[in-house]
Design a protein around this ligand. Structure first.
Ligand code: FE2
Length: 164
């Protein structure tokens, strides 16, 4: 297998590893059962991606990555800082899923051999499903419209105006 194909697969594996670590953090702060369940389900998908992509890399005689790279450490660090509870965990994972969706979309343009391409395409479908659930959850719960912090500030401001 060409070196650039292996490199492409290794980059996907790195991003899947980062998402696994990020979902672990997000799930730990989540209190909502539905969200926790989805986080676990999506993490399982990323674990499967790592297993299957790594198999192809190994078949080419190369050892696939098993640890987070610099980007992965940044993603994990960001998720840790950003995730406080359900809302912020979901919003943090939306950012991470964006990275992962983009990586899979561009890998599909990389001229992969057919067997690998179909695996990458099916992983991309998982990624799109993760993203679409997250977007739906954000919309449904109104988490994107107005942040509670801002709502509180504006309530305070209204109170201050009334008192004046
Ligand atoms: Fe994902």
């Amino acid at each position: 297998m060409e070196e650039k194909i292996i490199q492409c697969l290794n980059e996907l594996i790195e991003l899947d590893l980062a998402c696994i670590a990020a979902y672990e953090i997000a799930r730990a702060v989540s209190r909502d059962e539905e969200i926790q369940g989805k986080f676990s389900e999506f993490q399982e998908d990323h674990l499967r991606h790592v297993r299957e992509l790594s198999e192809h890399v190994r078949r080419a005689g190369v050892t696939p990555p098993t640890e987070l790279d610099t980007k992965g450490l940044v993603i994990r660090g960001f998720t840790m800082l950003a995730s406080q509870e359900d809302r912020t965990a979901v919003l943090a994972m939306r950012g991470n899923e964006e990275l992962s969706n983009n990586a899979y979309a561009s890998a599909l343009q990389a001229g992969l051999p057919e067997e690998i391409r179909s695996l990458v395409a099916s992983n991309f479908e998982d990624e799109r499903r993760h993203m679409s659930w997250i977007r739906g959850a954000v919309l449904l719960r109104g988490w994107d419209v107005e942040q509670p912090e801002i709502r509180e500030l504006s309530a305070e401001a209204r109170g201050a105006r009334r008192a004046a």
